[in-house]
Design a binder for this molecule. Structure first.
Ligand code: SAH
Ligand code: SF4
Ligand code: F3S
Length: 439
């Protein structure tokens, strides 16, 4: 008797990885697999991994070690994603119970790799590197988020910032045709989703292989898909941030009031060493475009502290930039030296304690900025999409177009359904969320 094919999949890392997992789950189901909730129940255990910082990578190896004992019970293990691509066959040496190692640029070959796995083959690899021009598209995406439909519009990255593994783990930049992106957007709309998030490590570096639409035009076209009320996009690179993106946001109401524009540092010297290819002035010009839009567009960013050679003076420049831009959110990280990256030759000169101190100083300052920014919204009315409810506190949880969490009360006897939209008056603010009441 044939035994049932089951799999467990755990995802680490960014939204690109989360969405890749939706596609991988769809592909596995198509091959007759059933998803289960624990490693214990599963015949095939998959980790979709992240390598952006050393800690993220170590997590994966800890996890593989923890579950080594399950191997004896006849389970198969697979490592997918960025650590898989980065470490390749070395993973088989470090974790001999692993049978499959595949980077994201090889997922289109998953059906074939799974068949080989089922035939009992060991040490199967999918390690297409920067040579590949192919993208991974499937109509069998198993969407896990009930409200937000993700669409990858561009894969890979050609920027080679000196600290970053992504160009090595995800391969070279390749865009999907705008025709296929729009077809997927319409399918998502037909399924009842009202929010779409366009994804790419460098989403605004999008280049339509058919030459039909620029990124801003594609954004606007997705915003006009029937049923779609909100469109988001991550992550934009300042180098590719053009003014027509702001114009599109101004013209198409469904495009959300939010731009995530990673700056990494406020010091021209550090930006040069990072190979970001812009100066603080150049970056601030893009910020000025965004701030001059007719609607108020919320700004968030990513920052790295303690890059090799970052002086106290450089760090102060970053703090100055925070004060100038007044972001609504900052993801800040301590620099982590990564394999293959050009920054490896620079000495990781800042002691961890100093990195930690800078990180803390920065986050405390940012918390103050957000406390003020968020409290400025008290009294305003926003459209909020309901995401869930906190029964204990009698509150509904949702999100504004600016991507801010809003917790609110609602006088209706029946709580509004997740995915519905309500107008909410803001009555209170915290540094990371708003409070309000439905009007
Ligand atoms: N493609 C996006 C971000 C990709 S990774 C961009 O270019 O903005 C997400 C964030 O992780 C980066 O913005 C950066 O702040 C951080 N990051 C990347 N490599 C890192 C490293 N080696 N050490 C610490 N943080 C890093
Ligand atoms: Fe990494 Fe830079 Fe590419 Fe972003 S743009 S993924 S930070 S190399
Ligand atoms: Fe991590 Fe790869 Fe995303 S390194 S952040 S999972 S692109």
């Amino acid at each position: 008797m044939a035994t049932e094919k089951t799999f467990y999949l755990e995802t680490f890392g960014c939204q690109m990885n989360a969405h890749d997992s939706e596609k991988v789950i769809g592909t596995l189901r198509r091959q007759g697999y059933r998803q289960v909730e624990s490693e214990e129940e599963a015949g095939l255990i998959l980790y979709n991994t992240c390598s952006i910082r050393d800690k993220a990578e170590q997590k994966v190896f800890h996890r593989l070690n923890d579950y080594k004992r399950l191997f004896k019970a006849g389970k198969r293990f697979g490592v997918l994603g960025c650590v898989a691509q980065q470490e390749g066959e070395k993973i088989f040496e470090r974790a001999p119970h692993v049978s499959l190692v595949s980077g994201s640029a090889s997922y289109r070959k998953l059906p074939e790799m799974l068949s080989r796995l089922e035939a009992g083959e060991h040490r199967i690899t999918g390690l297409d590197d920067r040579q590949t021009d192919e993208t991974f598209e499937t109509e069998f995406t198993a969407r896990q988020n009930p409200y937000r439909g993700y669409i990858t519009i561009i894969e890979g990255c050609d920027k080679f910032c000196s600290y970053c593994v992504v160009p090595f783990t995800r391969g070279k930049e390749r865009s999907r045709t705008s025709t296929s992106v729009l077809a997927e957007a319409r399918r998502i709309g037909d399924l009842g989703y009202t929010e779409i998030q366009l994804l790419g490590q460098n989403v605004n570096s999008y280049r339509d292989p058919e030459g039909k639409r620029s990124f801003a035009e594609l954004l606007a076209a997705v915003g006009e898909v029937p049923g779609i009320r909100r469109v988001r996009f991550t992550t934009s690179h300042p180098r590719d941030f053009t003014r027509d993106i702001v114009e599109a946001i101004d013209q198409v109401p469904t495009l959300c009031d939010h731009v995530h524009l990673p700056v990494q540092s406020g010091s021209a010297r550090v930006l040069r060493m990072m190979a970001r290819e812009y100066t603080p002035e150049w970056y601030l010009e893009r910020i000025a475009w965004i701030k001059s839009a007719r609607r108020t567009i919320s700004l968030t960013t990513d920052i790295i502290v303690g890059f090799p050679g970052e002086t106290e003076e450089d760090f102060i420049r970053t703090m100055d930039l925070l004060a100038e831009v007044q972001y609504d959110g900052v993801f800040a990280f301590k620099y982590s030296a990564r394999p293959n990256t050009p920054a490896l030759v620079m000495i990781d000169s800042i002691p961890d304690a100093e990195k930690a101190k800078r990180l803390q100083v920065l986050l405390e300052r940012q918390r103050e900025i957000q406390r003020i920014n968020y409290s400025k919204q008290i009294g305003e009315v926003f459209e909020v999409m309901v995401e869930g409810q906190n029964l204990a506190r009698g509150q509904i949880a949702g999100r504004s177009s600016q991507n801010k969490p809003v917790n609110f009360t609602c006088a209706q006897p029946i709580a509004p359904a997740p995915g519905s939209y309500l107008q909410v008056r803001i009555t209170g603010a915290h540094p990371n969320s708003l409070r309000g009441e439905a009007v």
